[in-house]
Ligand binder design. Structure first.
Ligand code: HEM
Length: 387
């Protein structure tokens, strides 16, 4: 019997790029926060995150007292349960980014903003939402100001920006800080959650790949402990799956527009000064001149020793050069540990025998037209953690 419920989960913030530290819960007036352990082993411990998610409430004040939500999928301990992954991944990445910026989690306040597409009253709605978003971000800043010196917020992005405001008040105004917060939110959430969705869709359509990565996880991590961020380095096939997903489904298929400061030559073409240049990474990453069997999902192509020459010029999901994505390392940590944990904790199947529809939708980022749903059943470790 399938359980048709929707579930959500989230994780703690990854820390600054490349920095991986173990977190411990700290109960403060902001709710349950996660702070680095005084003594590393330098890793985030997912087991610490498994806390009750049943109290997901919409009131802003109440949500603040809520701990992190973990991958709890009711029904999955007894058999296969249906789960909508798109929503889960959106909340997960949104929580990670907001916690990195401000510790608290604000998905309910922002989700309407992410879902504003509507035919009627478009401009008015955008203005209203812009105002609400601005108020919410101003509140994040004011709250940090009121609680200056509080250890629980000492390492958030907003705290660092406010300290820059003290030394350079003309530049780091509240408006600039809100702009930076907004940029990170926009750039970091959708991209990561869409990539997770594409990766899971590919795994569900390629059960042999899923079986192979499960074997890798069993061999290197086992069912006694949950995969941690630091373990991802020991899981080359999982990393190949992430590369292959980003090759076929780059979240920003045209990267972002670049402008030429000077005349330059690219691929034999002269690019006039001030031209706006769009790079079609999607096409380059599927170019039959560059890749064997380019449209097939084959993580093996990235296995050691293969595809090393010129890889940097033909695989560019994070862009290249000095304006390349600054969130790349963070994204890779989140993608690796989230996919690893999902594969370790659950068996996965499609909702029907039909292959998952991989049609790409439109947008600044590249969504999957059909939001991904799947059936999952808790593994031995999953059951233990959910118990
Ligand atoms: C799978 C996840 C992600 C993908 C595929 C991705 C991809 C990209 C791409 C293609 C660009 C433009 C690069 C260029 O101009 O050539 C970009 C820029 C950017 N990304 Fe990401 N990104 C991801 C995750 C993140 C995360 C997690 C963050 C932050 C927490 C982030 C923050 C940014 C920022 C701030 C920029 C603008 C950089 C600039 O203009 O100098 N991204 N990203």
């Amino acid at each position: 019997m399938f359980h048709q419920q929707r579930h959500r989960f989230s994780q703690p913030p990854s820390l600054r790029h490349g920095q991986v530290r173990r977190l411990q819960p700290h109960h403060s007036r902001f709710g349950t926060l996660w702070r680095p352990l005084a003594q590393p082993p330098e890793t985030i411990h997912h087991r610490d995150l498994l806390v009750d998610s049943s109290e997901h409430v919409s009131k802003h004040s109440k949500r603040r007292n809520q701990p992190f939500i973990a991958p709890t999928v009711p029904g999955s301990a007894d058999g296969f349960a249906k789960v909508e992954l798109k929503l889960m991944f959106s909340e997960l990445t949104f929580n990670i980014i907001t916690r990195m910026m401000a510790v608290s989690s604000y998905p309910g306040d922002f989700l309407p903003f992410l879902q504003w597409v509507d035919y009627n009253g478009y401009i008015r709605r955008i203005k209203d939402l812009g105002k609400k978003t601005d108020e919410l971000m101003q509140e994040m800043i004011d709250e940090h100001r009121r609680n200056k010196g509080d250890l629980s917020i000492e390492n958030t992005m907003i705290t660092h920006l406010l300290s820059l405001q003290e030394s350079q008040p003309q530049y780091y105004t509240d408006v600039i800080i809100k702009g930076l917060v907004q940029v990170i939110l926009n750039a970091g959430t959708d991209t990561t959650s869409l990539t997770l969705e594409w990766a899971m869709a590919n795994l569900l359509n390629n059960p042999q790949v899923l079986a192979k990565v499960r074997a890798e996880l069993d061999k290197h991590i086992g069912q006694e402990k949950l995969v941690e961020e630091a373990d991802v380095a020991k899981l080359p096939y999982l990393q190949c799956i992430i590369s292959e997903t980003l090759r076929l489904y780059p979240a920003a298929p045209l990267l972002v527009p670049h402008s030429a400061f000077e005349i330059c030559r690219i691929g034999g073409y002269e690019i006039p000064k001030d031209s706006v240049l769009m790079v079609n990474a999607w096409a380059i990453q599927r170019d039959p001149m560059l890749w064997d069997d380019p449209t097939s999902f084959k993580p093996e192509r990235f296995e050691q020793g293969k595809e090393t020459s010129d890889l940097i010029y033909k695989l560019m999901p994070f862009g290249l050069g000095r304006r390349a994505c600054p969130g790349m390392v963070l994204a890779q940590h989140v993608l690796g540990s989230t996919l690893g944990a999902l594969i370790q904790c659950f068996e996965w199947e499609r909702v029907s025998d039909k292959a998952i529809d991989m049609t790409e939708g439109q947008g600044l980022t590249m969504p999957k037209v059909e939001p991904l749903e799947a059936m999952c059943k808790a593994s031995q470790l999953g059951k233990k953690l959910l118990a």
